[in-house]
Design a protein around this ligand. Structure first.
Ligand SMILES: [Zn+2]
Length: 251
């Protein structure tokens, strides 16, 4: 079950705090502000439909700013969706083909699709922001040694602040996770009051701050977006225990 809910994210280049400062890591395809994607030919058809629904949600929210479009002939830089070992993405545009893994074993969910493409667009995990100590208290003693790097702060030399700290961001880790919590104890606790712990890292949709970050990073006009309100509690975002905790490892 651990593998089922494990998201794995790989960082390369200058992974910036919240979002990459290095303009070269931002997407421009043949001069246009867009991200091109393709599916690996072996990517299963059924999973493809779910990924495409996640991409459709992306374009509903960010289509006017940084659309996700199928790779066209001549597109040199593109994200290639693969059925790899876990869920992972590079942070930002690397150049050429870059793999984004959405394993059929646990990664084919709208929230995971959005999360990984946000990495590809240039966002890092929220709890690695240089300013995170203002918002969460770390409990290093509760974190498995090999996972501690996922909680180290990034330098603000590489990292830009593109939106306020959002504990419910789709880029935030859950407060505990079977793969990295020692005895299921929390890796951090929020400093702000009235936080619903179950909502942290379990979202299936953007938050306003996620949208703000991409819009600011890519110099698009700010826009309020309408979150998906799902009244079916089984699939809803708020406090949804069935949602998949977000926890990516650097492997
Ligand atoms: Zn991640």
């Amino acid at each position: 079950m651990i593998a089922k809910i494990l998201l794995v994210c790989v960082f390369v280049g200058l992974a910036a705090a919240q979002g990459v400062l290095n303009e070269n890591l931002r997407w421009r395809v043949n001069g246009a502000r867009r991200m091109a994607y393709s599916f690996d030919p072996s990517y299963p058809q059924q999973a493809r439909q779910t990924v495409l629904r996640g991409i459709a949600r992306w374009n509903q929210v960010l289509g006017d700013c940084l659309p996700l479009e199928p790779r066209r002939a001549g597109d040199r830089d593109y994200v290639n969706v693969i059925n790899g070992a876990g869920c992972f993405s590079m942070v930002g545009k690397v150049g050429g083909a870059q793999s984004l893994s959405l394993s059929v074993n646990g990664c084919v969910y709208q929230g995971t699709v959005i999360h990984e493409f946000l990495h590809a667009a240039g966002l890092i995990h929220t709890q690695k922001r240089p300013d995170r100590d203002n918002y969460i208290t770390m409990h290093w003693e509760n974190i498995v040694e090999s996972w501690k790097s996922q909680f180290t702060k990034e330098s603000n030399r590489n990292i830009g602040k593109y939106s306020d700290y959002d504990i419910y961001s789709i880029m935030h880790y859950s407060y505990r996770h079977p793969s990295w919590s020692i005895n299921n104890r929390p890796g951090f606790t929020p400093k702000m009051p009235n936080v619903d712990l179950r909502r942290i890292g379990t979202g299936s949709d953007f938050t306003q701050s996620d949208v703000n970050a991409i819009r600011k990073m890519y110099k698009c006009p700010a826009r309020k977006f309408r979150p998906i309100v799902n009244k079916n509690k089984k699939n809803g975002r708020n406090g949804d225990r069935a949602a998949k905790p977000i926890s990516c490892s650097n492997v």
